[in-house]
Design a protein around this ligand. Sequence first.
Ligand code: NDP
Length: 281
Amino acid sequence: MKGGPLAERIRAEVADDVRELGEVGLATVQVGEDPASAIYIRRKHEAAHEAGMSSVDLKLPAEISQEELVAAVAELNEDDGVDGILVQLPLPGGLDDALAVAAIDPVKDVDGVHPFNAGQLYLGRPTHVPATPLGIMALLAEHKVMLDGARAVVVGRSDIVGKPVAHLLLQANATVTICHTHTDDLERHTLDADVLVVAAGVPEIVTADMVKSGSAVVDVGINRVEGGLVGDVDPDAAERAAFLTPVPGGIGPMTIAMLLANTVRAARYRLGLLAFPGVSL
Ligand code: NDP
């Protein structure tokens, strides 16, 4: 289950949408100088430009106060040239991720991390949903993986991957189990999974013998090890699984494509072409 071809198609559709809408803009906010974050941010800007979007790359010093950060986000909220806002997390020490996220206008929250959008997802009325879970669902749909009635197991419960993808799988009528560091006997759960999503950030935590024959396995992990990048699933699992996403080249490209698609949706909300649930926050 390579992500590249579908991601390319989605990016081409996004470029068409951007042409149709006129102007669409994405803003990122990076606090401090973490080099890995800077690489991710640069990729997002390159993809946005390629799709014809404008972008703002706001870099703030690590010494900034919480109030200054909130004020910078508020300024982007007011800027009509900015449809989507991403605050790169985690923030450096002393700054509160939750406060920064809560400062984003939910309509512009293309990472789907604002409590309003997270709540909408939980209630089964998704607005902005984090890009990685959306990419996972799109890839499963592309490969016609049956979710209705399937046993789905998610390893990881982060706000950006594990929890939201578990909700999307539940909404697709899968029976969902979420595993985490306190889960006893991980293998017992993974072996039962018709659909297994692994987002733990632990190199090859799922070995081939932990995968059910004929299952669909989504490897979200990106782990830097000596010699390159590895996922959370041993690639040998491909011998048992019907589908396995590669690392790199699986969920990574899908995440970027869905972030762009989220930004187009945010532009539609701004332009009144789509209704954002009217809640005063
Ligand atoms: P987090 O570190 O926020 O969350 C990891 C989750 O995995 C936690 O819930 C943790 O449990 C659980 N976990 C860790 N170790 C184990 C274990 N031994 N057994 C069971 N559960 C475990 O990570 P993210 O969700 O942000 O990312 C996960 C991975 O996906 C990372 O490798 C990241 O780089 C990658 N990623 C890739 C993306 C892409 O575009 N392809 C996008 C986003 C992330 P607990 O809650 O108990 O601590």
